[in-house]
Design a protein around this ligand. Structure first.
Ligand code: PLP
Length: 405
């Protein structure tokens, strides 16, 4: 296979044969190293988005490269008809990080959410008192499959695919009274992103977290923490739900888990897991050897080689330099986040800033209309962050208001 294809050829070929659902930037990457990506023409880019929060170890991390090559030479996939030694190892790392008891492996964040929704209902079915309703938050994003889409807020994603799974109530993220009213004895589960990612990088407030905990205790509703984007060390701690004092019964994780290899998991407390029976759920690829080997490398780096501490340290540096940049730039209205997940809210549309950054060799993206999002690789250094923030500042400064945001 010839990897050195002209960018225009690649883009032209895709336009004819690939379903047109992605508004891609006109850049074709060929290789990566650390926090840099390179095109076939040799242009380099500093990556502060890591494939939307996935490439936590950066690109071509030597330990991951060796482990994947070794695994490919040994055995890639046997399906869930048989045992292999790696699933239990990954599960035990995830359960000790999260405090939950069991893992179900799948391939993407939306599937992890799907499993959480299914097993929340399964739990109540087993109790003999079926509860069907879900409570979710405005501005939430939980994925694109029908169940996950049903608890995703934005009508832009939902409307073309209606009708979705019914009985979902959305509550404003700051409306604790509304939450108390929405969660009742019919609620199977409440689903929350501890830091909303796609919705504009909005951390749940402590007041709302307390209301979430109180609503679940009062009604028995299960709590699902969607940690797909903000979890697994991205905030410098294992899970942001724990930082808020939340005690989820179910949790969805993905993105960083495979450091680029598709793998995700739903995690369950024992009482929810006890409701599961053989044949209830499954995935052909879920937790295959390649996926588990990648997850083991990532989790090993995270907890045994100091990566989580590194994120905490470099994350504080990111916070300081982003807030300083924000105070210099009048168009920056707010800087939100923790660790290595940051949203910079502008008083104008964010897309032109993303384009201006790309022209200057910096990869970032936008969420909601006016928010620039940074999800750098966990391995990023303080000086790489400084370089990125300097380019970002220039990109913000050169973008005129250009109409109402
Ligand atoms: C919080 C959250 N949940 C679920 C998903 C869906 O993950 P995936 O795209 O891997 O299906 C995403 C993706 O951005 C996410 O941010």
């Amino acid at each position: 296979m010839n990897m050195i294809a002209a960018a225009t050829d690649v883009i032209g070929a895709e336009a004819k044969t690939v379903l047109q659902v992605y508004r891609r930037n006109p850049v074709v990457f060929e290789r990566g190293e650390g926090c840099r990506l390179y095109t076939s023409e040799g242009r380099s880019y500093l990556d502060l988005i890591s494939g939307v929060g996935v490439a936590a170890l950066g690109h071509a991390h030597p330990t991951l490269v060796t482990a994947l090559a070794d695994q490919a030479a040994q055995l890639l996939h046997t399906s869930n008809l048989f045992f292999h030694p790696l699933q239990a190892e990954v599960a035990s790392r995830l359960t000790s990080l999260s405090g939950l008891d069991r893992a179900f492996f799948c391939n993407s964040g939306t599937e992890a959410v799907e499993a959480c929704l299914k097993f929340a209902r399964r739990y109540w079915h087993t109790q003999g008192a079926p509860r069907k309703r879900f409570v979710a938050f405005e501005h939430s994003f939980h994925g694109r499959t029908m169940g996950a889409l049903s608890v995703t807020w934005d009508d832009h994603y939902r409307a073309p695919f209606a009708p979705l799974i019914g009985e979902v109530v959305f509550v404003a993220p700051d409306d604790s009274a509304g939450l108390q009213a929405a969660v009742n004895g019919d609620t199977a589960a409440l689903i929350v992103e501890p830091i909303q990612g796609e919705g504009g990088v909005r951390p749940v407030s402590q007041r709302m977290a307390d209301a979430i905990g109180a609503s679940c205790s009062r009604t028995g509703a299960l709590l699902i923490a969607d940690e797909v984007q903000c979890g697994l060390g991205r905030t410098g701690r294992p899970f942001y739900s724990a930082a808020l004092g939340l005690e989820p019964d179910l949790m969805a994780v993905g993105k960083a888990l495979g450091a680029g290899v598709p793998v995700a998991a739903a995690l369950f407390s024992e009482r929810v897991a006890a409701a599961a029976a053989f044949g209830d759920h499954g995935s052909t690829y879920g937790g295959n050897l390649l996926a588990c080997r990648a997850a083991l490398v990532f989790l090993d780096e995270l907890t045994n080689h100091g990566l989580m501490d590194h994120v905490a340290t470099v994350g504080r540096h990111a916070e300081t330099s982003l807030r300083q940049m924000g105070s210099r730039q009048p168009s920056v209205k707010d800087v939100r986040g923790a660790g290595l997940i940051w949203g910079i809210e502008l008083d104008r549309p964010a897309s032109p800033v993303v384009d201006a950054a790309l022209e200057r060799g910096l990869l970032i993206n936008r969420t909601s209309n006016t928010v620039i999002r940074l999800l750098p690789p966990f391995v990023i250094t303080a000086s790489e962050l400084d370089e990125g923030v300097a380019i970002l500042e220039e990109a913000i400064a050169v973008c005129p208001r250009g109409g109402q945001a």
